[in-house]
Design a protein around this ligand. Sequence first.
Ligand code: GLY
Length: 351
Amino acid sequence: MESTAKITVHASGTYDILISKGGLSGLGKAAAERFKPCTVAILSDDKVFPLYGKTVTDSLQSAGFRIVTHVIANGEQSKTLDNVTAFIDSMVKAQVTRTDMVLALGGGVVGDMAGFAAAIYLRGIPYIQVPTTLLAAVDSSVGGKTAVDISAGKNLVGAFHQPALVFLDTETLNTLDPSVMRDGFAEVIKYGIILDSKLFQAVAKPGSFDIKEVIARCIEIKRDVVEQDEFDKGMRGLLNFGHTFGHAIEKLSGFSITHGSAVARGMIIAAKVARVYGFTDYTDVITKVIKDYGFETGCPYSADELYSVILSDKKRSGADITLVLPKEIGASTPEKMPALQVLELMKKAGL
Ligand code: GLY
């Protein structure tokens, strides 16, 4: 096994993110170095637990932790308040106390739900993130945003609750469906466009880089953003690049277009909008990379359709909308504008 990289986040809680290639069985040791022996309530899903549940359980048990497990069905449809309640019920039955911990073993759904359960159970207990998808590794496992979906929309109920440890073994990504892996690359490309042109160049050609190094760089960028704006009142909004349009595409498709694929198309729309807004035109540069990863690049919805969904987005404040636009590759900026201007820009950009 190669050496483990360590990135430390200083937010409302200070925690380490450990990144290895093949180090999953070292989880127990890493946990024992940081936490007293306690009960660890694992939340996982029925795709991930059969693959990695035993390694994680054995490792934690050998290090002196008691394990209880709750497994949900894989997929976004599981990210409900009812499933959080069921997980909490299982923790009550297993007598999990305030000095115990939750552990998320899986992708973004499991991570968001486990984090939310940990945030509200007994008014908050610590939790560990063990992300097993690229998207969870570079985005959702870091930064303390936890949530579930309700009928009115995705992630509408949640809390900020920073993890106590993030433990990533990049080998767990090897079992991912290629389309799920590709979805994660939309977020990787996003980091390059918003804040790091070198990262963008490094990942421009699929497969030509060391995935562990790329993930570590994305996490460093997210760490820097979260340390400056943990509660999403300012520059953390940069992480929404491509997401305003992406969320609208996802919703209009009835979620048949995946998050990553929608964000990829959203980044292209943002580039087109930036051009008509008066910034340098990076549409071709961004479209090429997204295409090379195998994403669809066209948007099946009109400006009016996208706009109606954008208007109902929870992140809109008042009559203004903040769009993150690429001024340069590696230097995107939040541009606040009247909502109607977004519609006009989209139409001008040919949507
Ligand atoms: N995924 C966006 C954020 O963590 O702010």
